[in-house]
Design a protein around this ligand. Structure first.
Ligand code: GZL
Length: 336
């Protein structure tokens, strides 16, 4: 999806997207150049958020809002309730309001070129956070501040190896996969990374017997897992693209008289507090962390972009992985 670019591309991207600011910067008339010593008071950031579908998203929104306040920015924030059309109209509003920078977490990867061209025409730079987009023109956004979801999928498969070994699992590994929102970068890329490791190292003993979206929500995870258990009662592993769907699935697993974490081993992604609680109760076996606390990094990037500085094309978030026996100690340290 998004391949890493060196900062040279970003420099071109920034110049193209902020031609006026770049020109103004040279002749000193842009707000940033004129008041570059005035810090960030002058920055108005328009932010379109995916929605409030999961604990991860709530933590992400809180991080963006608190970091913008801390930085002294004027933040215009909108919740798209997981609808692309709401994000597109929010971005159009920000363009009309002539914000300094637009940032958003795109709910799905496609369908953004038109509105991003409008932002470029208005000389408003766009920063992606969390999720990436597919676009025909690299200059339509300056950078992505977010995780490597394909690597998260690979990490999920690698930690499943440890979970199976620790459980002393013998025989076939029959995997149910709860996918994220259809068309969303994390759903596409986590599935891709997991499949890469499965096909390379476990072609003969692992099989994804059923896979369906639960839309990253607890209700979705619960509903789809119940259907999985009806159609495939011999599932012995669940790979959930996020903790909220895993937590919903646990309710269906228990309703079916099975023990989550024992009869069905569970590997999930995010690392929200409730995921750690479930892990400490022995119901989730391992979690691959996906850090939502992107706010501070985002505000730093927004300032640099506003000032026409070069930034890397992809600013990756740092994250780690947790096995069940680490949950209790880690819980008090969790920030989201
Ligand atoms: C990942 C983020 C995903 C989380 C889900 O960066 O886009 O969306 O994994 C959230 O919990 O809904």
């Amino acid at each position: 999806m998004l391949s890493r670019r060196n900062f040279l591309t970003a420099a071109v991207g920034v110049a193209a997207a902020t031609g006026l600011a770049a020109c103004a910067k040279e002749d000193g008339t842009s707000a940033a150049a004129a008041g570059s010593g005035s810090g960030s008071k002058a920055i108005t950031l328009g932010f379109s958020q995916v929605g409030s579908e999961s604990g991860w998203r709530t933590a992400n929104s809180d991080s963006v809002k608190s970091a913008a306040k801390e930085a002294g920015y004027t933040l215009k924030f909108s919740d798209a309730q997981q609808k692309q059309e709401n994000q597109i109209s929010a971005i159009r509003n920000y363009i009309a309001q002539k914000v300094d920078v637009i940032a958003f977490s795109p709910v799905v990867v496609t369908g953004w070129d038109a509105v991003l061209k409008e932002a470029k025409a208005a000389k408003i730079p766009v920063v992606l956070t969390d999720r990436s987009v597919e676009t025909s023109d690299d200059s339509l956004y300056v950078t992505l501040v977010g995780s490597d979801f394909t690597d998260e999928g690979r990490r999920a498969a690698k930690i499943l190896e440890k979970v199976l070994e620790k459980a002393g699992h013998k025989g076939a590994v029959k995997i149910a996969q709860l996918e994220g929102t259809t068309g969303a970068a994390p759903a596409i890329e986590r599935a891709k990374g997991f499949k890469e490791v499965m096909e390379a190292d476990h072609a003969d003993d692992w099989k994804v017997v059923v896979s369906q979206t639960g839309d990253f929500t607890r209700a979705g995870g619960k509903q789809v897992m119940a259907a999985f258990l009806q159609s495939n009662p011999d599932i012995n592993v669940l790979f959930a693209h996020n903790d909220d769907m895993a937590i919903g699935a646990i309710q269906s697993i228990e309703a079916a008289g099975k023990k989550p974490g024992k009869d069905i081993l569970i590997v999930s992604i995010d690392g929200v507090k409730d995921g750690f609680v479930a892990m400490s109760e022995g119901k989730i076996n391992a979690i691959v962390e996906c850090n939502p606390l992107l706010g501070p990094q985002l505000m730093e990037v927004v300032k640099k972009v506003k000032d026409g500085e070069t930034v890397e094309r992809w600013i990756k978030t740092k994250e780690s992985d947790f096995m069940q026996d680490q949950a209790k100690d880690a819980l008090p340290t969790r920030k989201y």
